[in-house]
Design a protein around this ligand. Structure first.
Ligand code: UD1
Length: 427
């Protein structure tokens, strides 16, 4: 099992090139099965989740070629299977995007129920409600979601909760349905918009993505396209908070999310925005604030652990309310072992800022919490070892290498001997 060994204390300084957004890339890959023509995708992140999805797609007959590390071509004209149940696919949340995509094109799909990060109950009732509204039969049997339809017909669907996954899945299922589908109370995240733009570039007729009402006029077929995935706002935000916590000066290219910038300003960082990049300078002590995670354009739940790590070192008492997932503070126990003073009551973390973290051996409980613990390790006194970095690699490409590029002392290690070697090297 690989781990990160980190020696904290270096301010991070320099520029970081941000990769393609994992959460946009995943539905875009899935939607590529909806045409028989070839699809060229650029800016594809080379992370575990996208690779698991690509190999599941290969297993059902999609021809996948990586023309370079971040470019992939897909051709789904010879799909041989509408049942997707390989072992790995259960581990990623986005496996369920193949349901909407295959159902939309072939009117039939059977996909293993998704896993993903263990951050709370991750219901799929809204996905199912949407598929049924379009005319599909849906049942869950033997660990598979099975959907089938004679015809899919446009429908008026009101989402009871704002769900990124359900919005995306229903959008894909509706793209080739007969007539018009209206999704009300849809998610507005940039990756929802990116998928709509991708589908439109294939000949779909989707309007309103990025607002809370999406209108989809069914088309009879989709054609091939060339498309570049948007940059990853969460990767960018993670580096911006790494700059804040280490008293650094980091520029991320290109620039990103207003809600992250707003919070960095509130806690005392300087943020300079140019046309295509954003620079975060943290020269003053960090200040407390309050933050509540919300659907876009609110503060993203995927940035909650990173801001909590920063607030743990800020002056005064901060409050973080997690309103999207009910079990997303599991990493707090690990952070406490590094010296944080945080009390969690239900979905609220009350954070009394401390002056320092100290290195410890900690576990990455999920993807974003893992990245947040890396940030804590980068500022902690002494050595931090993070276990289970498998989770981090699901969504961050060459995280350690990018961090070393801006001055961090971090290495991937796989046993005690390598940890000792790292300690000798950095001390
Ligand atoms: C996606 C992202 C994840 C991010 C989350 C919220 C991907 C692969 N993952 O996850 O990184 O943290 O959006 O921005 O893009 N819900 C229901 N019923 C449903 C669907 C969702 O009740 O049918 C609830 C969930 O339990 C949760 C909330 O809605 O409380 C939001 O979930 P959703 O937006 O669907 O998250 P995901 O798409 O799973």
């Amino acid at each position: 099992m690989e781990q990160y060994a980190i020696k904290g204390g270096n301010p991070l300084v320099g520029e970081v090139e941000i990769g393609g957004a994992k959460n946009a890339a995943l539905p875009i890959l899935a939607a590529s099965v909806m045409t028989d023509e070839t699809v060229y995708i650029e800016n594809m992140p080379d992370v575990r989740d996208t690779n698991v999805l690509l190999s599941a797609m290969e297993n059902i007959g999609v021809i996948v070629k990586r023309t370079d590390r971040h470019k992939v071509t897909l051709n789904a004209s010879n799909i041989s299977e509408l049942v997707v149940e390989d072992e790995n696919i259960k581990k990623i949340r986005a496996s369920y995007y193949l349901i909407g995509a295959l159902l939309g094109k072939y009117k039939h799909a059977e996909v293993a129920l998704p896993g993903g990060c263990d951050i709370g109950c991750r219901a799929i009732d809204q996905h199912i409600k949407g598929f049924r509204a379009l005319g599909a039969d849906v049942k869950i049997e033997h660990g598979l979601i099975k959907t089938q339809a004679e015809h899919l017909r446009g429908s008026h669907i009101y989402m009871d909760v704002v769900s990124v996954g359900a919005t995306i899945n229903i959008m894909m299922a509706a793209v080739m349905a007969e007539g018009t589908t209206i999704i009300e109370n849809s998610a507005k995240e940039p990756h929802v918009v990116d998928l709509a733009n991708f589908l439109n570039s294939m000949g779909a007729n989707i309007k309103g993505a990025g607002t809370d009402v999406i209108r989809i006029k069914g088309v009879s077929h989709l054609h091939g396209t060339e498309y570049a995935v948007i940059p990853d706002q969460i990767e960018a935000g993670t580096f911006m908070f790494a700059a804040a916590v280490t008293k650094g000066d980091v520029t991320v290219i290109p620039k990103h999310l207003e809600s992250i910038t707003a919070k960095l300003l509130e806690i005392g960082c300087e943020v300079e925005e140019a046309d295509d990049c954003i620079r975060v300078v943290a020269s003053k002590p960090l200040q407390h604030t309050q933050v509540k995670t919300l659907p876009y354009p609110g503060f993203p739940t995927d940035m909650q652990p990173q801001i909590t790590v920063a607030l743990g070192l800020s002056k005064g008492t901060s409050i973080v309310t997690e309103s999207i997932f009910e079990n997303r503070f599991k990493y707090v126990d690990e952070l406490t072992r590094m010296g944080a003073n945080i009390k969690v009551e239900s979905n609220i973390a009350i954070i009394n800022g401390v002056t320092r973290y100290t290195g410890a051996r900690v576990n990455a409980p999920d993807l974003r919490a893992g990245a947040a613990l890396v940030i804590a390790g980068l500022v902690a006194e002494g050595i931090t070892v993070i276990d289970d970095i498998y989770f981090i690699e699901r969504g961050y490409e060459e995280f350690d290498q990018k961090l070393r590029g801006i001055g961090a002392q971090i290495e991937k290690v796989s046993d005690e001997k390598e940890i000792q070697k790292f300690i000798l090297k950095v001390s």
